[in-house]
Design a protein around this ligand. Structure first.
Ligand code: NAD
Length: 472
């Protein structure tokens, strides 16, 4: 039975800095008393998150519908399903992750042994974003708990139903002495940043990422920044027509079938040789029809008015407006923007200089595939890079001649659910990585431990120095 909706207003009031410090001090004490270190405690908390998800499925659908008009299938797949998968993976791997890994020691120190012992960092702060408001909040929490830390989670205020869902349910399921949700917007975020943390894990945009990193520097707090950027998809002209159809379905799914393009690893734009562009656009239109994307039941809406205006403004530029080859209509009251395809909008327009983060898809033509690689290299390093091709040589070049958080061939976004691949950015798309064991490592310190014995001292180690010792 659901316990969401119970009042935990104590955790939601605007922060009074004294009471905040008291609450943080309690969490630090919990950490110090060692409670979070046992694998039993960690597993109990991970299982409690599973229970929370299982027992509140209906509230979750409702919260995602309130905040983003997210279709239930997307909510199950991207929020509940992915988290259940990650929790089960963490539960089955935890003992292995926690066990020390041996490190070889030079013979010079024989007899000796070495190991890397993972230790928790302490009290960690997690800021999450609104587009996958449960997933992006709880996925790092799974890592932080697995690694044995105490946690403060600040969900995004732009997904208020999900934020209050987390604030209301977490105290019922998880250990309140170790895990707290603090709700609020940038002001609360700024207040939290004044305090000393042992790690800050931030998902959001690069502008706020800079604020976080600046605040963290004051206390020498390590940070992970999961940021965004413009993720390109290259489509090779040599694909067979059946492969091309698969490519188009997957691109359309990545743009309109995952939070209406409000996804950090969504396809931001497509790069294609001029000769293939007309076919590609026709196929994209057909796919939109097939997916019934004109029906709001099948596509999430834009999160709020500010983002709606940001997106519709991108289409205001006359050059951009003229480049629309499909869609473009808007319904401000319902926060809906029709899936929109653009062909060669001006490259200096904002739609091509800023991350789009919405249901607009520019198709950019190039003279040759080589030009695509140059195009990507002239811009900030993306979070993800996609290429649809069977050309092994091109695949090699994409991997070795470009830089991005990750590369996926012949699909989009699905790398995010591969537990054994790290997820994270590089350059402007952020730094640090998580998911699976990488989450555990992100919230741990790998402590090198060298064990020597009192036996044997090899070589002339001690002064006084002489030429013989130098030669040795
Ligand atoms: P945002 O940076 O506005 O907000 C992120 C978090 O920071 C929120 O919790 C917010 O309340 C807080 N915040 C905002 N301003 C703050 C301030 N001045 N001081 C302290 N805290 C503050 O980002 P957003 O709009 O929620 O997310 C969109 C961006 O996030 C996009 O760029 C997207 O690509 C990126 N993103 C990245 C990933 C990833 O995993 N790499 C995932 C989702 C989104």
């Amino acid at each position: 039975s659901s316990q969401a909706g119970m009042d935990f207003s104590d955790d939601q009031v605007v922060l009074n800095s004294e009471s905040l410090e008291v609450r943080l001090e309690k969490l630090r004490e919990t950490y110090k008393n060692g409670k979070t270190r046992s694998s039993a405690w960690r597993k109990t908390q991970l299982k409690a998150i599973l229970k929370l998800l299982r027992e509140n499925e209906d509230e979750i659908y409702k919260a995602l519908d309130d905040d983003l008009g997210k279709p239930r299938v997307e909510t199950y797949r991207d929020e509940i399903g992915v988290l259940v998968k990650s929790l089960n993976f963490a539960l089955s791997s935890l003992d292995k992750w926690m066990s020390p890994k041996s490190g070889r020691i030079p013979l010079l120190f024989f007899p000796a042994s070495g190991e890397v012992v993972p230790e928790p960092l302490g009290l960690v702060l997690i800021f999450s974003s609104w587009n996958f408001p449960l997933n992006l909040a709880l996925e790092p929490v799974i890592g932080a708990i697995s690694a044995g830390n105490t946690v403060v989670l600040k969900p995004s205020e732009l997904a208020p139903s999900c934020s209050s869902f987390l604030a209301n349910t977490i105290p019922w399921y998880l250990d309140n002495d170790a895990i707290k949700v603090i709700e609020g917007g940038p002001d609360v975020g700024a207040q939290l940043l004044e305090h000393k943390w042992d790690k800050i894990f931030f998902t959001g945009n690069p502008r706020v990422g800079r604020i976080v990193m600046t605040a963290a520097a004051k206390h020498l707090t390590p940070v992970t920044l999961e940021l965004g950027g413009k993720c390109p998809a290259i489509v090779d002209s040599h694909l067979s027509s059946s492969n091309l159809k698969v490519a188009v379905d997957r691109i359309a799914w990545g743009k309109w079938g995952t939070c209406a393009g409000q996804t950090c690893a969504s396809v931001d734009y497509v790069l294609v040789e001029e000769k293939l562009a007309p076919t590609l656009i026709e196929l994209l239109k057909k796919t939109l029809k097939k997916f019934q994307c004109e029906d709001p039941k099948n596509v999430a809406r834009v999160v709020n008015k500010r983002h709606f205006l940001r997106l519709t403004n991108l289409l205001q530029d006359p050059g951009v407006r003229d480049s629309i080859v499909h869609g473009g209509s808007q319904d401000e009251a319902k926060l809906l923007i029709e899936p929109t395809i653009l062909l060669d909008p001006p490259l200096e327009a904002e739609i091509m200089t800023e991350e789009i983060f919405g249901p607009l898809l520019p198709v950019i033509t190039v003279k040759s595939i080589d030009e695509s690689i140059e195009f990507i290299n002239q811009r900030p390093k993306p979070l993800a890079l996609y290429a649809f091709t069977n050309d092994e040589n091109l695949k090699k070049r994409v991997v070795s001649q470009t830089s991005s958080g990750s590369v996926t061939f012949n699909d989009v976004i699905v790398h995010l659910v591969c537990d054994e691949l790290p997820f994270g950015g590089v350059g402007q798309s952020g730094f640090g990585k998580y998911h699976g064991k990488y989450s555990f490592d992100t919230f741990s310190h790998g402590k090198g431990v060298l064990r020597r014995s009192f036996l044997i001292e090899i070589g002339p180690r001690f002064p006084p120095w002489n030429d013989f010792k130098l030669a040795f």
